[in-house]
Design a protein around this ligand. Structure first.
Ligand SMILES: Cc1cc2nc3c(=O)[nH]c(=O)nc-3n(C[C@H](O)[C@H](O)[C@H](O)COP(=O)(O)OP(=O)(O)OC[C@H]3O[C@@H](n4cnc5c(N)ncnc54)[C@H](O)[C@@H]3O)c2cc1C
Length: 326
């Protein structure tokens, strides 16, 4: 019996959430008193397997096969089915990535098991996992238990576990290559070249200060006000999804579950309600300051400092104060 963590990589580069799910796996294996195994899936993945073996876990299992060079639901589900049959884990954890949304339900259903998606925490009652899921934009937390025996399948939400909390080990874990048998003729999808992001796209993940605008900005003509504040603070400008969907700011400025995940020292949220899909992308910020007209806005639940007020009063006042300081 063990906890199996399924990591994710593309073209030899880790998905950052692989380490978040590894942190979840380390905590679960400790709570359950079960060994932790990490699976790496792909082709030519020796160096990735060696890298993950430096973390505190019992074993790394490499599912290495030419037909796994790029993601296909048929190939990856079959490889993991074989690994699960061999390893007999009691708990299988995934990062809640787009790939996993495609893969994990297929895999779990093929084994006649439920899949608990997007958990923000895992508790243990009598040694059995209780998955915590958010409902109604994070207003409620539901405890989900899974009947029907093991293995139990779940994915963890982006940002729910910190990648920097992964414990490393002085002695590398054993790496085992599992012989996966795949019939390429049974893989029904053909993969195209991965989507390339624009060369001049901005990397907000390294920004120290971010000024982020939401629908409260009301009109694209008001964005220069936020830009002026960002400039005065030496900050990058970012946005919630509706702003990018409307084309008021480019897509690479979007923060959230379908945008970038950031952890700046200061995140200033202007007219952003704090929907869960936004919050998962910025809750790792050291200090969160929110400006919102509505004192009941969910963003105030995670803000370190909250200003209940009209951003069109607050932003000019902040710019004036910053300019007066210079
Ligand atoms: C699958 C999926 C993925 C998603 N991914 C993302 C994502 O990556 N990122 C993301 O942001 N969203 C994402 N969303 C959308 C998300 O659910 C919310 O709809 C979105 O975050 C809301 O954006 P907002 O806070 O700017 O707008 P709203 O929810 O409309 O909030 C606007 C806020 O501005 C305040 N306000 C209005 N006028 C003023 C004023 N003058 N001064 C001060 N405050 C004012 C209001 O009180 C309100 O709280 C996703 C949704 C789905 C279903």
């Amino acid at each position: 019996m063990s906890v199996l963590v399924v990591t994710e990589q593309q073209s030899g580069r880790w998905h950052r959430m692989s380490f978040e799910v590894l942190a979840a796996g380390q905590q679960a294996s400790q709570a359950m008193g079960s060994p932790l195994i990490a699976a790496v899936v792909g082709a030519g993945i020796e160096s990735l397997a060696a890298e993950i073996a430096s973390k505190q876990l019992s074993e790394v299992v490499a599912l290495d096969h030419p037909a796994l060079a790029s993601y296909t639901p048929d190939g990856f589900a079959e490889a993991l089915r074989q690994a699960i049959a061999h390893l007999q884990p009691e708990l299988v954890l995934f990062p809640h990535t787009y790939q996993v949304r495609d893969l994990a339900p297929k895999l779990a259903a093929s084994l006649d098991k439920p899949f608990v998606s997007d958990a923000v925490g895992i508790r243990f009652d009598d040694g059995k996992p209780v998955f915590v899921r958010q409902l109604f934009q994070g207003k409620l937390h539901a405890d989900v238990t899974v009947e029907g025996g093991e293995p139990r399948f779940a994915s963890v939400q982006s940002g729910a576990y910190r990648a920097d909390s992964v414990v490393t080990s002085d002695t590398p874990a054993t790496i085992r290559t599992l012989a996966v048998e795949l019939d390429p003729s049974r893989i029904r999808t053909q993969t195209e070249a991965p989507y390339q992001e624009a060369k001049d796209s901005v990397d907000l993940s390294s920004a120290e200060i971010i000024v982020s605008v939401g629908r409260g900005i009301q009109d694209p003509g008001n964005i220069p006000q936020a830009e002026e504040l960002a400039k005065a603070l030496g900050a990058e400008l970012a946005a919630s999804r509706p702003i990018c969907d409307n084309g008021w700011l480019p897509l690479d400025r979007q923060i959230g579950s379908s945008g970038q995940t950031v952890s700046p020292n200061l995140y200033l949220a202007l007219g952003i309600s704090g929907a869960i899909q936004h919050v998962v992308g910025m809750k790792g910020a050291k200090t969160i300051v929110a400006v919102n007209k509505d004192e009941g806005a969910p963003i105030f639940e995670i803000a370190d400092y909250g200003i209940v007020g009209d951003l069109f009063d607050v932003v000019p006042a902040l710019i004036e104060a910053l300019e007066a300081e210079q």
